[in-house]
Design a protein around this ligand. Structure first.
Ligand code: HSE
Length: 447
Protein backbone atom coordinates (compact mmCIF):
# COMPACT_ATOMS: atom_id res chain seq x y z
CA UNK A 1 0.00 0.00 0.00
CA UNK A 2 1.59 3.28 -1.08
CA UNK A 3 1.58 6.23 1.22
CA UNK A 4 0.21 9.43 -0.30
CA UNK A 5 3.06 11.78 -1.24
CA UNK A 6 1.23 15.11 -1.10
CA UNK A 7 1.04 16.22 2.51
CA UNK A 8 -1.41 19.11 2.84
CA UNK A 9 -4.91 19.04 4.35
CA UNK A 10 -7.73 21.53 3.77
CA UNK A 11 -10.79 21.75 6.01
CA UNK A 12 -13.98 23.09 4.45
CA UNK A 13 -16.20 24.58 7.19
CA UNK A 14 -15.04 25.79 10.58
CA UNK A 15 -18.09 25.14 12.75
CA UNK A 16 -18.17 22.91 15.85
CA UNK A 17 -16.56 19.86 14.20
CA UNK A 18 -14.37 21.83 11.75
CA UNK A 19 -12.99 23.93 14.59
CA UNK A 20 -12.30 20.89 16.78
CA UNK A 21 -10.59 19.11 13.85
CA UNK A 22 -8.40 22.16 13.15
CA UNK A 23 -7.40 22.32 16.81
CA UNK A 24 -6.53 18.62 16.94
CA UNK A 25 -4.46 18.96 13.74
CA UNK A 26 -2.53 21.94 15.08
CA UNK A 27 -2.21 21.50 18.85
CA UNK A 28 -1.46 17.77 18.64
CA UNK A 29 0.40 17.71 15.34
CA UNK A 30 3.75 16.62 16.84
CA UNK A 31 2.11 13.70 18.61
CA UNK A 32 0.18 12.74 15.46
CA UNK A 33 3.27 12.83 13.24
CA UNK A 34 5.35 10.85 15.71
CA UNK A 35 2.64 8.25 16.14
CA UNK A 36 2.07 7.78 12.39
CA UNK A 37 5.56 8.55 11.09
CA UNK A 38 3.91 10.92 8.58
CA UNK A 39 4.60 14.56 7.76
CA UNK A 40 1.11 15.85 6.93
CA UNK A 41 -0.01 19.33 7.95
CA UNK A 42 -3.09 21.56 7.94
CA UNK A 43 -2.65 24.11 5.16
CA UNK A 44 -6.10 25.67 4.73
CA UNK A 45 -9.38 26.28 6.50
CA UNK A 46 -12.02 27.38 4.02
CA UNK A 47 -14.66 29.49 5.73
CA UNK A 48 -15.93 33.00 5.25
CA UNK A 49 -16.08 33.59 9.02
CA UNK A 50 -12.46 34.63 9.60
CA UNK A 51 -13.36 35.56 13.20
CA UNK A 52 -13.17 31.84 13.98
CA UNK A 53 -9.36 32.13 13.83
CA UNK A 54 -9.33 34.36 16.90
CA UNK A 55 -12.08 32.42 18.69
CA UNK A 56 -10.19 29.16 18.31
CA UNK A 57 -6.69 30.58 18.65
CA UNK A 58 -5.77 29.40 15.15
CA UNK A 59 -3.31 31.00 12.75
CA UNK A 60 -5.42 33.40 10.65
CA UNK A 61 -3.21 32.81 7.58
CA UNK A 62 -4.78 29.32 7.34
CA UNK A 63 -8.13 30.87 6.45
CA UNK A 64 -9.29 31.15 2.83
CA UNK A 65 -12.74 31.89 1.51
CA UNK A 66 -12.43 30.22 -1.89
CA UNK A 67 -12.55 26.45 -2.32
CA UNK A 68 -11.53 26.60 -6.02
CA UNK A 69 -8.28 28.35 -5.17
CA UNK A 70 -7.44 25.64 -2.62
CA UNK A 71 -8.27 22.87 -5.09
CA UNK A 72 -5.69 24.30 -7.49
CA UNK A 73 -2.92 23.75 -4.94
CA UNK A 74 -1.08 20.57 -6.01
CA UNK A 75 0.18 20.03 -2.46
CA UNK A 76 -3.35 19.39 -1.12
CA UNK A 77 -4.08 15.66 -0.89
CA UNK A 78 -7.29 15.68 1.10
CA UNK A 79 -10.21 18.02 1.69
CA UNK A 80 -12.38 17.52 4.76
CA UNK A 81 -15.98 18.54 4.14
CA UNK A 82 -17.53 19.73 7.41
CA UNK A 83 -20.09 22.27 6.23
CA UNK A 84 -23.09 19.93 6.61
CA UNK A 85 -26.28 20.19 4.57
CA UNK A 86 -26.75 18.67 1.17
CA UNK A 87 -26.83 21.44 -1.44
CA UNK A 88 -23.61 23.42 -1.11
CA UNK A 89 -21.91 20.32 0.37
CA UNK A 90 -22.82 18.16 -2.62
CA UNK A 91 -21.42 20.65 -5.14
CA UNK A 92 -18.31 21.10 -3.04
CA UNK A 93 -17.83 17.33 -2.68
CA UNK A 94 -18.10 16.83 -6.44
CA UNK A 95 -15.59 19.62 -7.05
CA UNK A 96 -13.19 18.08 -4.54
CA UNK A 97 -13.44 14.63 -6.13
CA UNK A 98 -13.19 15.99 -9.68
CA UNK A 99 -10.04 17.87 -8.62
CA UNK A 100 -8.70 14.40 -7.69
CA UNK A 101 -8.46 15.16 -3.99
CA UNK A 102 -9.46 12.56 -1.43
CA UNK A 103 -12.61 13.46 0.47
CA UNK A 104 -13.18 13.00 4.19
CA UNK A 105 -16.63 13.86 5.44
CA UNK A 106 -18.82 13.63 8.54
CA UNK A 107 -21.90 14.43 6.47
CA UNK A 108 -24.37 11.55 6.86
CA UNK A 109 -27.22 13.36 5.10
CA UNK A 110 -25.00 13.95 2.08
CA UNK A 111 -23.93 10.30 1.86
CA UNK A 112 -27.37 8.86 2.57
CA UNK A 113 -28.95 11.03 -0.13
CA UNK A 114 -26.22 11.37 -2.76
CA UNK A 115 -23.77 8.59 -1.86
CA UNK A 116 -24.21 6.66 -5.10
CA UNK A 117 -23.35 9.69 -7.26
CA UNK A 118 -20.45 10.74 -5.05
CA UNK A 119 -19.00 7.22 -4.85
CA UNK A 120 -19.15 6.99 -8.65
CA UNK A 121 -17.35 10.36 -8.98
CA UNK A 122 -14.65 9.20 -6.54
CA UNK A 123 -14.20 5.95 -8.41
CA UNK A 124 -13.91 7.77 -11.77
CA UNK A 125 -11.27 10.11 -10.36
CA UNK A 126 -9.39 7.31 -8.54
CA UNK A 127 -9.71 8.95 -5.13
CA UNK A 128 -11.42 7.85 -1.92
CA UNK A 129 -14.26 8.98 0.30
CA UNK A 130 -13.83 8.28 4.02
CA UNK A 131 -16.75 8.81 6.37
CA UNK A 132 -16.05 7.24 9.76
CA UNK A 133 -17.31 10.41 11.50
CA UNK A 134 -20.68 10.24 9.74
CA UNK A 135 -22.06 7.56 12.09
CA UNK A 136 -21.65 7.28 15.85
CA UNK A 137 -19.44 10.39 16.24
CA UNK A 138 -16.11 9.23 17.64
CA UNK A 139 -16.98 5.49 17.74
CA UNK A 140 -14.99 3.69 15.02
CA UNK A 141 -18.09 1.73 14.03
CA UNK A 142 -17.55 1.71 10.27
CA UNK A 143 -14.06 0.31 10.71
CA UNK A 144 -15.43 -2.22 13.20
CA UNK A 145 -17.95 -3.51 10.65
CA UNK A 146 -15.75 -3.67 7.54
CA UNK A 147 -12.52 -4.61 9.25
CA UNK A 148 -12.83 -6.08 12.76
CA UNK A 149 -15.96 -8.05 11.88
CA UNK A 150 -14.97 -8.95 8.32
CA UNK A 151 -15.30 -12.67 9.09
CA UNK A 152 -18.91 -12.27 10.16
CA UNK A 153 -22.37 -12.15 8.65
CA UNK A 154 -24.81 -10.00 10.62
CA UNK A 155 -28.52 -10.48 11.05
CA UNK A 156 -29.32 -7.42 13.14
CA UNK A 157 -28.16 -3.96 14.06
CA UNK A 158 -29.74 -1.84 16.80
CA UNK A 159 -28.35 1.61 17.43
CA UNK A 160 -28.67 4.71 19.50
CA UNK A 161 -27.08 6.95 16.89
CA UNK A 162 -28.20 10.46 17.71
CA UNK A 163 -26.50 12.14 20.65
CA UNK A 164 -28.96 15.03 20.77
CA UNK A 165 -31.99 12.74 21.10
CA UNK A 166 -30.26 10.53 23.61
CA UNK A 167 -29.28 13.57 25.66
CA UNK A 168 -32.89 14.87 25.61
CA UNK A 169 -34.45 11.49 26.45
CA UNK A 170 -31.97 10.90 29.26
CA UNK A 171 -32.71 14.29 30.79
CA UNK A 172 -36.47 13.71 30.50
CA UNK A 173 -36.26 10.16 31.90
CA UNK A 174 -33.78 10.56 34.71
CA UNK A 175 -34.22 14.19 35.71
CA UNK A 176 -37.80 15.02 34.63
CA UNK A 177 -36.47 17.94 32.51
CA UNK A 178 -38.88 19.27 29.89
CA UNK A 179 -38.28 18.45 26.22
CA UNK A 180 -37.74 22.13 25.32
CA UNK A 181 -35.17 22.74 28.04
CA UNK A 182 -33.26 19.55 27.25
CA UNK A 183 -33.15 20.43 23.53
CA UNK A 184 -31.80 23.89 24.34
CA UNK A 185 -29.07 22.34 26.49
CA UNK A 186 -28.14 19.89 23.72
CA UNK A 187 -27.81 22.80 21.28
CA UNK A 188 -25.64 24.73 23.74
CA UNK A 189 -23.37 21.70 24.08
CA UNK A 190 -22.78 21.65 20.30
CA UNK A 191 -24.50 18.26 19.90
CA UNK A 192 -27.37 19.23 17.62
CA UNK A 193 -27.34 19.82 13.88
CA UNK A 194 -27.58 23.43 12.64
CA UNK A 195 -31.25 22.56 12.08
CA UNK A 196 -32.16 20.42 15.14
CA UNK A 197 -35.32 19.22 13.38
CA UNK A 198 -33.07 16.70 11.66
CA UNK A 199 -32.14 15.28 15.08
CA UNK A 200 -35.49 15.24 16.85
CA UNK A 201 -37.50 14.10 13.82
CA UNK A 202 -35.36 10.95 13.63
CA UNK A 203 -34.04 11.85 10.13
CA UNK A 204 -30.42 12.17 11.26
CA UNK A 205 -30.68 8.64 12.72
CA UNK A 206 -32.22 7.42 9.45
CA UNK A 207 -29.31 8.84 7.45
CA UNK A 208 -26.87 7.02 9.74
CA UNK A 209 -28.93 3.82 9.65
CA UNK A 210 -28.92 3.86 5.84
CA UNK A 211 -25.12 4.08 5.81
CA UNK A 212 -24.50 1.56 8.60
CA UNK A 213 -26.95 -1.02 7.34
CA UNK A 214 -25.69 -0.72 3.74
CA UNK A 215 -22.22 -1.68 4.94
CA UNK A 216 -23.43 -4.28 7.44
CA UNK A 217 -25.72 -6.16 5.08
CA UNK A 218 -24.02 -5.29 1.76
CA UNK A 219 -27.30 -3.94 0.37
CA UNK A 220 -28.38 -0.60 -1.05
CA UNK A 221 -30.73 1.11 1.35
CA UNK A 222 -32.72 4.06 0.17
CA UNK A 223 -33.16 6.43 3.09
CA UNK A 224 -36.66 7.30 1.88
CA UNK A 225 -37.72 3.69 2.36
CA UNK A 226 -37.00 3.80 6.12
CA UNK A 227 -40.09 4.44 8.29
CA UNK A 228 -39.05 7.19 10.70
CA UNK A 229 -40.62 8.64 13.80
CA UNK A 230 -38.86 11.05 16.11
CA UNK A 231 -38.94 12.10 19.74
CA UNK A 232 -40.61 15.49 19.31
CA UNK A 233 -44.11 14.22 20.07
CA UNK A 234 -43.24 12.13 23.14
CA UNK A 235 -45.10 12.87 26.35
CA UNK A 236 -43.43 12.75 29.76
CA UNK A 237 -46.46 10.75 30.96
CA UNK A 238 -45.48 7.84 28.67
CA UNK A 239 -41.81 8.06 29.54
CA UNK A 240 -42.72 7.84 33.24
CA UNK A 241 -45.37 5.12 32.79
CA UNK A 242 -42.88 3.01 30.84
CA UNK A 243 -40.33 3.55 33.59
CA UNK A 244 -42.83 2.32 36.19
CA UNK A 245 -43.19 -0.87 34.18
CA UNK A 246 -39.41 -1.35 33.94
CA UNK A 247 -38.76 0.19 30.51
CA UNK A 248 -36.50 3.05 29.38
CA UNK A 249 -37.26 5.03 26.24
CA UNK A 250 -34.57 5.38 23.55
CA UNK A 251 -34.60 6.47 19.92
CA UNK A 252 -33.64 3.18 18.27
CA UNK A 253 -32.42 2.82 14.70
CA UNK A 254 -32.78 -0.82 13.79
CA UNK A 255 -32.30 -3.10 10.81
CA UNK A 256 -32.91 -6.82 11.09
CA UNK A 257 -33.10 -9.68 8.64
CA UNK A 258 -36.35 -11.62 8.82
CA UNK A 259 -36.36 -14.65 6.48
CA UNK A 260 -33.93 -12.86 4.13
CA UNK A 261 -35.91 -9.61 4.12
CA UNK A 262 -34.85 -6.45 5.88
CA UNK A 263 -37.06 -4.98 8.60
CA UNK A 264 -35.82 -1.43 9.11
CA UNK A 265 -37.03 1.61 11.04
CA UNK A 266 -36.17 4.51 13.33
CA UNK A 267 -38.59 4.93 16.22
CA UNK A 268 -38.72 5.79 19.91
CA UNK A 269 -38.73 2.41 21.60
CA UNK A 270 -38.99 1.08 25.12
CA UNK A 271 -36.25 -1.27 26.19
CA UNK A 272 -36.02 -3.25 29.43
CA UNK A 273 -34.03 -1.32 31.99
CA UNK A 274 -31.56 -4.24 32.26
CA UNK A 275 -30.72 -4.16 28.52
CA UNK A 276 -27.23 -2.70 27.82
CA UNK A 277 -28.70 -0.11 25.42
CA UNK A 278 -30.78 1.26 28.32
CA UNK A 279 -27.54 2.22 30.10
CA UNK A 280 -26.41 4.43 27.22
CA UNK A 281 -27.10 7.91 28.57
CA UNK A 282 -26.48 11.56 27.64
CA UNK A 283 -24.81 12.24 24.30
CA UNK A 284 -23.34 8.74 24.17
CA UNK A 285 -24.17 6.48 21.22
CA UNK A 286 -24.06 2.69 21.00
CA UNK A 287 -24.43 0.23 18.18
CA UNK A 288 -25.37 -3.32 18.98
CA UNK A 289 -24.56 -5.92 16.32
CA UNK A 290 -25.45 -9.60 16.06
CA UNK A 291 -22.84 -11.54 14.10
CA UNK A 292 -22.72 -15.20 13.16
CA UNK A 293 -19.22 -15.96 14.46
CA UNK A 294 -18.79 -13.39 17.21
CA UNK A 295 -22.38 -13.30 18.48
CA UNK A 296 -23.50 -10.12 20.19
CA UNK A 297 -21.17 -7.10 20.37
CA UNK A 298 -21.78 -3.48 21.26
CA UNK A 299 -19.79 -0.35 20.35
CA UNK A 300 -20.12 2.56 22.72
CA UNK A 301 -18.78 6.10 22.90
CA UNK A 302 -19.47 9.78 22.44
CA UNK A 303 -21.71 10.13 19.42
CA UNK A 304 -21.77 13.88 18.94
CA UNK A 305 -19.88 17.05 19.71
CA UNK A 306 -16.75 18.69 18.32
CA UNK A 307 -13.86 16.80 19.83
CA UNK A 308 -15.33 13.24 19.65
CA UNK A 309 -16.28 13.75 16.00
CA UNK A 310 -12.88 15.30 15.23
CA UNK A 311 -11.30 12.12 16.61
CA UNK A 312 -12.96 10.10 13.83
CA UNK A 313 -12.26 12.76 11.17
CA UNK A 314 -8.54 12.80 11.96
CA UNK A 315 -8.37 9.00 11.88
CA UNK A 316 -9.82 9.18 8.34
CA UNK A 317 -7.28 11.85 7.32
CA UNK A 318 -4.46 9.65 8.58
CA UNK A 319 -5.82 6.66 6.63
CA UNK A 320 -5.66 8.78 3.47
CA UNK A 321 -1.96 9.53 4.02
CA UNK A 322 -1.20 5.93 5.00
CA UNK A 323 -2.82 4.79 1.74
CA UNK A 324 -5.37 2.59 3.56
CA UNK A 325 -8.36 4.83 2.75
CA UNK A 326 -8.08 4.19 -0.98
CA UNK A 327 -7.75 0.46 -0.48
CA UNK A 328 -10.71 0.30 1.90
CA UNK A 329 -12.87 2.48 -0.30
CA UNK A 330 -12.38 0.22 -3.27
CA UNK A 331 -13.51 -2.84 -1.31
CA UNK A 332 -16.45 -1.43 0.71
CA UNK A 333 -19.78 -3.00 -0.29
CA UNK A 334 -21.26 0.35 -1.28
CA UNK A 335 -21.00 0.22 -5.05
CA UNK A 336 -24.28 0.00 -6.96
CA UNK A 337 -22.68 -2.57 -9.27
CA UNK A 338 -21.61 -4.74 -6.32
CA UNK A 339 -24.83 -4.60 -4.29
CA UNK A 340 -28.54 -4.90 -4.89
CA UNK A 341 -31.39 -2.86 -3.43
CA UNK A 342 -32.38 -4.30 -0.05
CA UNK A 343 -35.40 -6.62 -0.16
CA UNK A 344 -37.57 -4.91 2.44
CA UNK A 345 -40.01 -6.71 4.72
CA UNK A 346 -43.44 -5.53 3.48
CA UNK A 347 -45.10 -2.88 5.59
CA UNK A 348 -47.14 -4.43 8.41
CA UNK A 349 -45.46 -7.86 8.16
CA UNK A 350 -43.08 -7.28 11.07
CA UNK A 351 -43.80 -8.57 14.56
CA UNK A 352 -43.16 -6.85 17.84
CA UNK A 353 -44.48 -5.85 21.23
CA UNK A 354 -46.17 -2.53 21.90
CA UNK A 355 -46.81 -0.04 24.68
CA UNK A 356 -50.21 1.62 24.23
CA UNK A 357 -51.84 4.48 26.09
CA UNK A 358 -55.55 4.78 25.58
CA UNK A 359 -57.13 7.89 27.04
CA UNK A 360 -60.55 6.57 27.90
CA UNK A 361 -63.63 7.77 29.73
CA UNK A 362 -63.81 6.34 33.21
CA UNK A 363 -66.92 4.19 32.84
CA UNK A 364 -67.99 0.56 33.01
CA UNK A 365 -67.26 -1.77 30.09
CA UNK A 366 -64.30 0.13 28.64
CA UNK A 367 -61.67 -2.50 29.36
CA UNK A 368 -63.85 -5.35 28.10
CA UNK A 369 -64.47 -3.56 24.78
CA UNK A 370 -60.74 -2.94 24.33
CA UNK A 371 -60.00 -6.56 25.24
CA UNK A 372 -62.50 -7.84 22.69
CA UNK A 373 -60.82 -5.85 19.86
CA UNK A 374 -57.50 -7.31 20.94
CA UNK A 375 -58.92 -10.82 20.89
CA UNK A 376 -60.40 -10.30 17.39
CA UNK A 377 -56.93 -9.32 16.15
CA UNK A 378 -55.08 -12.11 17.91
CA UNK A 379 -53.32 -9.72 20.29
CA UNK A 380 -52.42 -10.97 23.73
CA UNK A 381 -51.97 -8.54 26.62
CA UNK A 382 -48.84 -8.80 28.74
CA UNK A 383 -49.64 -6.12 31.34
CA UNK A 384 -52.15 -3.38 32.08
CA UNK A 385 -51.79 -0.27 34.19
CA UNK A 386 -54.73 2.01 34.81
CA UNK A 387 -53.99 5.33 36.41
CA UNK A 388 -56.37 7.20 38.70
CA UNK A 389 -58.57 9.84 37.09
CA UNK A 390 -56.43 12.82 36.04
CA UNK A 391 -57.23 16.28 34.82
CA UNK A 392 -56.49 17.54 31.33
CA UNK A 393 -52.78 18.19 30.70
CA UNK A 394 -51.17 20.71 28.38
CA UNK A 395 -50.48 19.27 24.94
CA UNK A 396 -53.27 16.68 25.17
CA UNK A 397 -56.33 17.44 23.06
CA UNK A 398 -58.78 16.19 25.61
CA UNK A 399 -61.72 17.96 27.08
CA UNK A 400 -62.64 16.92 30.57
CA UNK A 401 -61.31 14.08 32.66
CA UNK A 402 -59.97 10.77 31.36
CA UNK A 403 -58.10 7.74 32.56
CA UNK A 404 -54.92 6.69 30.83
CA UNK A 405 -55.14 2.94 30.32
CA UNK A 406 -51.66 1.62 29.65
CA UNK A 407 -51.29 -1.74 27.98
CA UNK A 408 -48.23 -3.75 27.05
CA UNK A 409 -48.83 -6.46 24.50
CA UNK A 410 -47.11 -9.72 23.74
CA UNK A 411 -45.60 -10.08 20.27
CA UNK A 412 -48.12 -9.21 17.55
CA UNK A 413 -48.12 -8.74 13.82
CA UNK A 414 -47.81 -5.01 13.07
CA UNK A 415 -50.75 -5.11 10.67
CA UNK A 416 -53.00 -6.57 13.40
CA UNK A 417 -51.85 -3.95 15.87
CA UNK A 418 -52.69 -1.15 13.42
CA UNK A 419 -56.15 -2.61 12.76
CA UNK A 420 -56.85 -2.86 16.49
CA UNK A 421 -55.63 0.69 17.12
CA UNK A 422 -57.86 2.07 14.36
CA UNK A 423 -60.87 0.24 15.79
CA UNK A 424 -60.24 1.32 19.38
CA UNK A 425 -59.57 4.92 18.27
CA UNK A 426 -63.08 4.95 16.80
CA UNK A 427 -64.84 4.08 20.09
CA UNK A 428 -66.65 7.10 21.51
CA UNK A 429 -65.18 6.47 24.97
CA UNK A 430 -61.68 7.13 23.58
CA UNK A 431 -60.94 10.80 23.95
CA UNK A 432 -57.70 11.26 21.95
CA UNK A 433 -55.62 9.26 19.52
CA UNK A 434 -53.97 6.20 21.03
CA UNK A 435 -50.29 6.66 21.79
CA UNK A 436 -48.27 3.62 20.77
CA UNK A 437 -44.59 2.98 21.25
CA UNK A 438 -42.55 0.00 20.06
CA UNK A 439 -40.96 -2.29 22.61
CA UNK A 440 -37.55 -3.58 21.69
CA UNK A 441 -37.00 -7.00 23.17
CA UNK A 442 -33.69 -8.80 23.49
CA UNK A 443 -32.74 -9.93 19.98
CA UNK A 444 -33.22 -13.63 19.42
CA UNK A 445 -29.84 -14.81 18.24
CA UNK A 446 -30.44 -17.06 15.27
CA UNK A 447 -26.89 -18.00 14.41
N1 HSE B 1 -26.48 16.00 15.65
C1 HSE B 1 -25.82 14.75 15.66
C2 HSE B 1 -26.18 14.02 16.93
C3 HSE B 1 -24.34 14.96 15.57
O1 HSE B 1 -26.75 14.64 17.85
O2 HSE B 1 -25.92 12.84 17.06
C4 HSE B 1 -23.56 13.72 15.28
O3 HSE B 1 -23.87 13.19 14.04
Amino acid sequence: MDRVKKQAIAILGCGVVGGATAKLLTQDIDFLKKRTNLTFFLKYIIDTNFARAKELNLDSSLFKSNLDEVLEDPEVAVVVELVGGTTFAKNAALKILNAKKHLVTANKALLAMHGVELFAAARKNKVSISFEASCGGGIPIIRAIYDGLIANKQDALYGIVNGTCNYILTEMTLNGVSYKKALKEAQEKGLAEADPTLDVSGMDSAHKLAILSSITFGMQIDVDSIPVSGIDKLDLLDINSGKELGYIIKLIAMARLVDGKLAIRVAPSFIRKEHPLAWVTGSFNAISLYSHALGHSMYYGRGAGGSPTASAVVSDIISVFLGTAEKTFSTLPIWPDKTKPAPLLPDGEGKGRYYLRINAKDCAGVLSKIASVFAENDISISSVLQKELVEETAGEQITGAYVPVIIITHKVKEENMRKAIAKIDAFDFVKSKIVYIHIMDEHEEIF
